[in-house]
Design a protein around this ligand. Structure first.
Ligand code: T46
Length: 137
């Protein structure tokens, strides 16, 4: 799997701004995959870490709907940390990238838009296995 942390992108989400408040729309022009699932993380204790795995085929788009958190991204060679704190921007993570979510602020909500349904066999949950898979696939 040839993806690297350089393939990770922060994408703008179109916003309809009004005095009544803002409305954000995620349609197929915004993200490069068909949406099959949406889930969200909330009430995450500040010391908690989520993620700690990679996906073989799944693409995901992460948005901080509220509050902030850090996403640590690894491709087996390099590491980058993206802080998400703006509901008008989302983080596109392609398959083959290790991710760890941490430093959740109080009230943070992480919305995840995914390219497929939940499938445990798509996960690599061990970092050594991930590095081997990256170098051989
Ligand atoms: C990711 C980060 C950002 C389901 O039953 N259905 C689902 O759609 C998901 C995502 C999870 N689950 C079950 C599987 C586990 O028994 O919920 C439990 C917790 O899942 P996990 O430990 O994978 O949760 P996170 O927060 O560490 O990771 C999740 C996603 O799994 C992952 O793809 O990138 O959020």
């Amino acid at each position: 799997m040839k993806t690297s942390i350089h393939d990770i992108k922060i994408l703008d989400i179109p916003i309809v701004k009004e005095r009544r408040g803002n409305l954000a729309v995620i349609e197929k022009e915004v993200i490069p995959f068909e949406i099959k699932r949406v889930y969200y993380l909330f009430d995450v204790p500040s010391k908690s870490k989520r993620g700690g795995h990679a996906h073989k085929a799944l693409s995901q788009f992460l948005i901080a709907l509220s509050g902030s958190f850090d996403v640590v991204l690894k491709d087996g060679e390099d590491v980058v940390v993206e802080t998400l704190n703006d509901p008008s921007k989302g983080l596109l993570i392609l398959p083959g990238i290790w991710r760890e979510l941490e430093n959740f602020s109080s009230g943070a909500v992480c919305l995840v838009v995914a390219s497929d349904v939940y499938f445990e066999a798509d996960y690599i949950r061990d970092f050594i296995t991930f590095k081997k898979w990256k170098s051989t696939s």
